[in-house]
Design a protein. Structure first.
Length: 527
């Protein structure tokens, strides 16, 4: 019989998914139980088990194959059982009735065979139905058995669940009571803690107040001690030193006694009592030493303190007045020091400027002396004729400068007199420049520089124009001149050279031709 496989495109229900997962887990547990029950020699690895499982799923279950084989075997046996008696009966009939065989017709044989075939088919189907019924009965018995086991398991689980609920309820009741007790004890402890913290706060505030009062008293004591005369302070210091020496000796003796007591009590096993007694005895001795001596004061009457305070206030006032006068004098001194510092800085700046000017003049004079030295050397190295020529040229230059700068009239002055006049004129001009304010001088310098730049630009343009005119003249002469013709026989090569590939080049116009065109035709258009 064919198995109806579920469609893979249908989504199963939640219950079927849960049942499928439960069946899978149960099957895995059963397989593991069977595997653990096997002997060691028959146990296989995980991979071999998975391969066998996959093979069973692909090929089929061997039990079903065995059942099919048994069905085929039973069918064969039934056929053999059916055919054997037929043959024996036929032989008897042949023996008994030999004449009847001839009377059997062909039609009756076919009917008999068909009936036998139908009978065998019916028997086969009957056997198959019986085997299926047996299989179903076994499955029903198995399912009933599983159902009874499941019911028993459910009952056991229900009993366990009820027991668990009872235990959980009991534990919750116990936990609730315990929580209530703990909560109550916690509240009591919190109340007690709050009460103790309030008491601690009150005690701390009281201690803080006592400490403040103690600090005030200490300040008062220190103030009174400072107000007392130094002779009395020295006497008190000596008394304190004398009283401190026996107290130190007593303290050392007490420490030795306590150490001996500690050692003895350690040997006897009572360490804590000894330490507590020692600690209790120490502060008692300290307290007794602190409060045995009453503080001594120099002032017996409050009027003495008031008189001393009045004297001190008068002294303070006089000191304040003296300090105010000293501060005023100090401010005046600071102002005078600041003014003198400014004057010194200004003098230093002017001196630095003068030093720089002197250095510059010295550099100029050194350069001038070097030039004069060179000229003297040149003058001594030259001959008389060259010297006369150079002096004449120099006198002409001096006369030219004298005419342009000092006086343009003709005079009979010598060269040295003309140089002296030029120097006087230069000195007067320099004095005039120094008298001119800086802003106007700067503006005049800028104007002169701009005029100089314009002159240089005009000179440059004029030179460029002259060069261009000369170039145009050369171009015109070259263009109007006769071209030279080659005379003689043309040279012939021995063999024709290989023709080279023509390279296309961008022809750039010659700037000379452009200038010629502009020179020839530009003036007409402008006119």
């Amino acid at each position: 019989m064919r198995r109806t496989q579920p469609s893979p495109f249908e989504i199963p229900d939640d219950s079927s998914i849960i049942q499928f997962s439960a069946n899978g887990r149960k099957k895995q547990k059963e397989e593991m139980r069977k595997y653990l029950a096997l002997p060691i020699g028959e146990k296989t690895s995980h991979t071999t088990r998975m391969r066998a499982k996959l093979k069973n799923e692909l090929v089929g279950d061997p039990k079903e194959e065995e059942e099919e084989k048994e069905k085929k075997r039973t069918l064969k046996q039934s056929k053999s059982n059916l055919t054997v008696p037929e043959q024996t009966s036929g032989k008897r009939e042949l023996k008994v009735f030999p004449m009847k065989r001839e009377n059997i017709t062909k039609h009756s044989k076919y009917e008999f065979l068909s009936m036998e075939r139908q009978k065998a088919v019916l028997e086969l189907s009957l056997i198959a139905k019986r085997s299926e019924i047996l299989k179903m009965d076994r499955a029903v018995v198995k399912e009933e058995k599983q159902l009874r086991e499941l019911e028993k398991n459910i009952e056991r689980q229900n009993q366990r669940f009820e027991e668990f609920l009872k235990e959980n309820e009991r534990k919750s009741v116990e936990a609730r009571t315990l929580f209530e007790k703990e909560d109550k004890s916690k509240q009591e402890k919190n109340a007690e803690i709050k009460k103790l913290t309030a008491e601690i706060g009150i005690i701390k505030r009281e201690i803080f107040g006592f400490e403040e009062t103690l600090m005030d008293y200490k300040r008062y004591k220190e103030f009174l001690h400072r107000l007392s005369p130094p002779e009395w302070q020295e006497e008190q210091r000596l008394k304190a030193l004398k009283a401190k020496e026996p107290s130190d000796k007593d303290g050392q003796e007490n420490q030795e006694v306590t150490l001996q007591n500690d050692l003895e009590r350690k040997a006897s096993g009572s360490d804590r009592e000894a330490s507590s007694s020692a600690h209790l005895s120490d502060p008692s001795t300290k307290d007794s030493s602190d409060y045995e001596d009453d503080p001594e004061l120099y002032f017996t009457d409050p009027q003495q303190l008031l008189d001393l305070m009045a004297e001190l206030t008068e002294q303070n006032l006089s000191l304040i007045q003296d300090s105010v006068r000293v501060e005023e004098k100090l401010e005046e001194l600071q102002h005078s020091i600041e003014a003198t510092r400014r004057e010194i800085d200004e003098d230093e700046r002017q001196i630095k400027v003068q030093i720089n000017e002197v250095k510059q003049r010295m550099d100029r004079e050194k350069a001038r002396a070097a030039k004069l030295q060179q000229k003297v050397q040149l003058h001594t190295s030259l001959s008389t004729e060259e010297r006369d020529a150079m002096l004449d040229a120099l006198s002409e230059k001096v006369a030219k400068v004298h005419r342009s700068c000092v006086d343009d009239r003709t005079t009979n002055l010598s060269t040295f007199e003309k140089v002296a006049n030029i120097e006087n004129c230069m000195l007067s001009l320099l004095e005039g420049l120094e008298s001119i304010p800086g802003e106007t001088l700067e503006s005049m310098r800028k104007i002169k520089e701009s005029e100089k730049r314009t002159r240089q630009r005009e000179e440059k343009l004029r030179e460029q124009k002259e060069k261009q005119e000369e170039r145009m003249k050369r171009y015109l002469e070259r263009s109007f001149s006769d071209s030279k013709k080659k005379s003689g026989r043309k040279l012939m090569p021995r063999c024709m050279p290989v023709p080279q590939k023509v390279k296309v080049k961008t022809v750039e116009r010659n700037p000379a031709e452009d200038e010629i065109q502009e020179y020839l035709f530009g003036s007409e258009h402008t006119n």
